[in-house]
Structure formats: C-alpha cells, structure tokens
Design a binder for this molecule. Structure first.
Ligand code: PEP
Ligand code: MG
Length: 576
C-alpha cells in the first residue's frame, strides 16, 4: 500500500484499476525503398485516414467540448491540406527513395523548426501543431493506435503526467472514473474537465505514480487530495462505505435539484454554476442551477492559434445565454496570464506571472483584446439576463478604467446601430487582498461582488495555487481568508450591494454553514455540486449559523474550523 498526497482537483472518491496514459514513442528508422511510387500511395492513403480522424475529433469536440477546442482540429486539417509541406514529403520520397515514414517525420520536423525559429509565440504554437499532425500521419503509417486510451475497456482511473485538451477529447468519458496526474494543478485542463464530469481528480502527486502498474488498484480521494495505491482490504471497505454514503446523499439531493434553496428560517440563497462552455451550460440546467455565477471566457482563447473575433465570441456567448433564457449569467472578462498562457498574444514572459500583468491589468492595456470581447458580450446580452464581471481588480481606479472602455464600446455600438444589452449590472471579482481591504470603496463603484477564493487564498497566504508543496497553505478555510470574506460581505451589504462567491469554497459542503452565517447571497460552483449545496442550505438555519461563523473565525487552522462544522452540523460530516 502506498499513499501519495496531491492537490484536491475535483471532489469525490473512487476505487478502481489504474490505466496508465502513455504516449507511444514513434521510432522511425531511415530505410531505403525499391518502389517510391508505392510509398507515395501509402502516404496519400495515410493522409486521407488522418484527415478522417481529425474530422471525427472535430465533430466530437464541437458537441462535447468547446468551439475553441474544436478549432484546434480545424487548424490541424488545414496543415494536412498545405500543398507546400506535402509536396516536400513526396519530393523526399522520390529523390531519396526513403520510406513515407521517414520523409514525413523529417519534413514535419523541418517545417516545425522553421516556425519555431521565427521567435514569435504565434508561430511557436503552429510549430507544435505541425508536429502533432505529422505524428498523426506517422501513427497511421505505422499502425499505432490513435490514442493511448484505445485499449481502455473497463472503467478505470486515468493516471498520467498531465493531459492536453486533445487527449481528453478522444477519451471515452463513460470509462473514466477518476484522474490522477503527476503534475498539473487544481486549475489544469484535466481538473476542470473532471469537475465538469463530476468525477474525482487528484493532481500533482509526483512522478512516482507513473511507475504504478496497469490494473493495480487505486483509491482516489479527490476531496482530500490523496491517492492510495494497492490499498489493503480494510482500507477498501472503509472507502466503499464512504462512497455509498455520499451516493445516497447525492441521490436524495438530486431529487430536489430543481427546488430553490430556502433555509429553515426562510432565507433564499441563489445557487448558480461555474461554467466555461455550452456543455457546462446544459449540465447546469440539469443540476438545477439558477443561472451562472461565473462564465470563464478564457476557454475561448486557449488552445487555438489566433484571437477569437468579435463575431466568434458573440456566437459563443449567445449559444450559452440561450440555454439560460431569463436566468442570470455573469460573464467574466478575459482572465489570462498567471498559469493560463496564450502563446499567440505575444505576451512578454514575466518572472512572477501570478503577480504580473494578468487579467484586467492586461485588458486595460490591450483594447484590441478587451473591446471585441466587451462588444461581443453586450451584443449577446440582448433580451437576456447578462451581467459582466471584471477579474483581478486591485483598486477602484481599475474599475473606473474598465467602465470607461465599456462606455466606449456602448457608444460605438449605438453609433453603428448594432443592438446591445442596455443597463446591465457590472460586478468585480474580489480575489486580491487589497480589493477585500478596500471593499467599502469598491462597493460604491459596482453592482455586485463575487469572491474568488482560489486566488484570494493564494494571495492572502502567499502560497502558489499550482504548487503542490504549498497546497496545504493555499486553503480558503484559513481564518485569515475567512475574515477577509466576512469583511467583504459586510462592506458590500452596507452599500446595499449583493455578494456572491465563485471560488471553489462556495461548493465546499463544510464551508456552506460558515458562508451562510457570514451572509453570502449567492453560491456559484461546478454544476454537479449544485444539488448537494442546495440540499445542505435547506437544512440549515441562517440565524444560527451566524454564531457558528463567528466561532469558526476565532480558530487557528482549517482543520479546527472543519472539525467545528462537523461537530455542530453532523449531517454534513457524512458528505466529506
Ligand atoms: C478564483 O480565483 O477563485 C476564481 C474563481 O477564478 P479562477 O479560478 O478562474 O482564477
Ligand atoms: Mg481567480
């Protein structure tokens, strides 16, 4: 038995066999052929098959992932239709009498190197795409399976270094019961995917996990961030019991998913969702979310090779807003930088990117990025209940600057006679300690706050949220973070503004009584948690939770605070 500690990336527990996700290395030897014409025919057939594969993934990505994910594959198709590269491969086969494999490999590498040498982030991204496509053709030529998961036949825990969006598109999600990654973080693509699917994930457990054997048993505890390899019988029994209890509670909560969350003493809490694409939107409705507390728009910008146009963004936002009808949807403007890199934006490397020109800071100096997004959002909001929110606000002057850009967009749209949503509510994320400390000033500038506990914890505790070594410090249950939350809520309420929370803490069962006691108005979380948090809130008395919250804030550690909640509200203890 081996216990590995990692970052809790998606809550829940599962027990099952390990499936190692290993990309097979493609070894090509330079051999001579007798019949170059035959090699060219093999090459043409392989290109045709590769194109078919890409078209299928594109379709799959369109329905299962986002438009942005799908576009990666459209770009891949274009590479395979590039006459220059393909004629180079054919020329090599004819002149050197070499195999289709070695001509393809060499040419893809040369074209990719050429792109990379241009020292431009945009072309660097194309370089990776070319290699990806070249490898796809090679796999067809060599008869190697398209995806490392081709042999995944039984429900398993996927163990990997980390997964890319393309890896996950190909994955048969019905056979994945959990993700355990050696690297990665709670905000990595794998973690977000797992939370969307409602299955457990543990990230950053270290490279030793990559030595575990296929089919060996693993317990994954995504709530506490632990992986247990080859557990003994007693351990398995204990975890099976926990899974059963959680399942019973979840099933009970799902029955009432579409009922409102009204506490015993009659307080109605808004329970909404965090999403990043249309799939998340549909899952929100199924799980009874009363709208969206956080639409992460960066997914439209990631994993592609150029900025999305205003029109593309308009279509993408409209498709999401259409799912929600009159329900509120809070669209967060672009939050890149930090751990979210976008190569084609040509952003200069920063020695400390989490403290650098991230999110709103970047948008304020890049109207070429900010304005199309705001215009697209304003246009998509027509006839809908759209609200716009700015991330990473540190000062009141930033809010005024952002509003100014928005006013410019409104004036332009009016002049161009393009319909747009008038008088929409504007809010900010409170996720930097300075914003929390001057929440009284900021509350005068906006209509609402949404507390981002993921960043608020990392900045308050000075603990990088992507670093497994300090994962225990980057925890929103620390009283330092909870006290800031208390002050933010009370400052906003004094100004008559409402406060939501879209950081992970809002979907934490053990945090619900404290947040209710502190007066939080709106809870936003991953769709699968919506029914559970609603059910918890229905069984609490808001008045009584005030005393519990005050008591919690006097304690010293997350463990003490969580124990207090377990003692005072025992039914929640069974959920975790
Ligand atoms: C947060 O920081 O709490 C948040 C919700 O934003 P993100 O995780 O996207 O930084
Ligand atoms: Mg954040």
């Amino acid at each position: 038995m081996k216990r590995l500690a990692g970052i809790p990336a998606s809550r829940g527990i599962c027990i099952g066999p390990v499936f190692q996700f290993i990309r097979q290395e493609l070894v090509v030897t330079d051999c001579k052929v007798d019949d170059p014409q035959k090699e060219i025919e093999r090459l043409n057939a392989a290109i045709g098959a590769a194109k078919e594969q890409i078209s299928k993934i594109y379709e799959k990505a369109l329905t299962e992932a986002s438009q942005a994910d799908a576009e990666i594959f459209q770009a891949h198709l274009m590479i395979l239709e590039d006459p220059e590269m393909l004629s180079e491969v054919r020329k090599k086969i004819e002149s050197r009498k070499c195999s289709a494999e070695s001509a393809m490999k060499e040419t893809a590498q040369a074209f990719s190197d050429m792109m990379a040498a241009m020292k431009d982030e945009y072309f660097a991204a194309r370089a990776t795409d070319i290699l990806d496509v070249g490898n796809r053709v090679l796999r067809v030529l060599m008869g190697v399976a398209e995806s490392p998961t081709a042999n995944l036949k039984t429900p398993s825990v996927i163990v990997a270094d980390d997964l890319t969006p393309s890896d996950t598109v190909l994955l048969d999600k019905s056979l994945v019961i959990g993700f355990c990654t050696a690297r990665g973080s709670a905000t990595s693509h794998t973690a977000i995917l797992a939370r969307g699917l409602g299955i457990p994930a543990v990230a950053g457990v270290g490279e030793s996990i990559l030595n575990s054997c296929n089919a060996s048993q693993i317990i994954l505890d995504g709530t506490n961030g632990e992986a247990i390899l080859d557990p003994d019988q007693a351990m398995v029994k204990d975890y099976e019991q926990r899974i059963q209890t959680a399942r019973t509670i979840r099933e009970a909560s799902v029955k009432h998913a579409h009922e409102p969350a009204v506490t015993i003493d009659g307080r109605h809490l808004e329970v909404v969702s965090n999403i990043g694409n249309v799939e998340g939107a549909r899952s929100s409705i199924e799980n009874g979310a009363e709208g969206v507390g956080l639409l992460r728009t960066e997914f439209l910008y990631l994993e592609r090779s150029s900025l999305p146009t205003e029109e593309e963004q308009y279509q993408a936002y409209k498709a999401i807003l259409d799912v929600f009808g009159n329900l509120p949807v809070i669209l967060r403007t672009l939050d890149v930088g930090g751990d979210k890199e976008i190569p084609y934006m040509g952003l200069a490397a920063e020695s400390n990117s989490f403290l650098g020109q991230r999110a709103l800071r970047l948008c304020l100096v890049r109207p070429d990025i900010f304005k199309p997004q705001l215009r697209a959002a304003l246009r998509a909001g027509v006839g809908r209940n759209l609200k716009i929110m700015f991330p990473m606000v540190a000062t009141a002057s930033e809010v005024r600057a952002a509003r100014k850009v928005m006013d410019e967009c409104i004036a332009e749209l009016r002049k161009e006679n393009i319909p747009f949503a008038e008088n929409i509510e504007i809010g900010i994320m409170v996720e930097i300690p300075s914003a929390a400390l001057v929440a009284d000033q900021l509350a005068k500038e906006v209509d609402f706050f949404s507390i981002g506990t993921n960043d608020l914890s990392q900045y308050t505790m000075a603990a990088d949220r992507t670093n497994p070594k300090v994962a225990d410090l980057s925890n929103a249950f620390f009283p330092a973070v909870l006290r800031l939350i208390r002050d933010v809520i009370s400052a906003a309420h004094k100004e008559g503004k409402w406060v939501g929370m879209c950081g992970e803490l809002a979907g934490e069962p053990l945090a619900a009584p404290i947040l209710l006691g502190l007066g939080l108005d709106e809870f936003s979380m991953n769709p699968p948690m919506v029914p559970v948090v609603k059910q918890i809130l229905r069984n609490l008395n808001a008045q009584e939770m005030q005393a519990l919250a005050e008591q919690a804030l006097q304690l010293e550690s997350p463990q003490e605070i969580q124990q207090l909640v377990k003692d005072k509200v025992p039914f929640i203890a069974e959920l975790v």
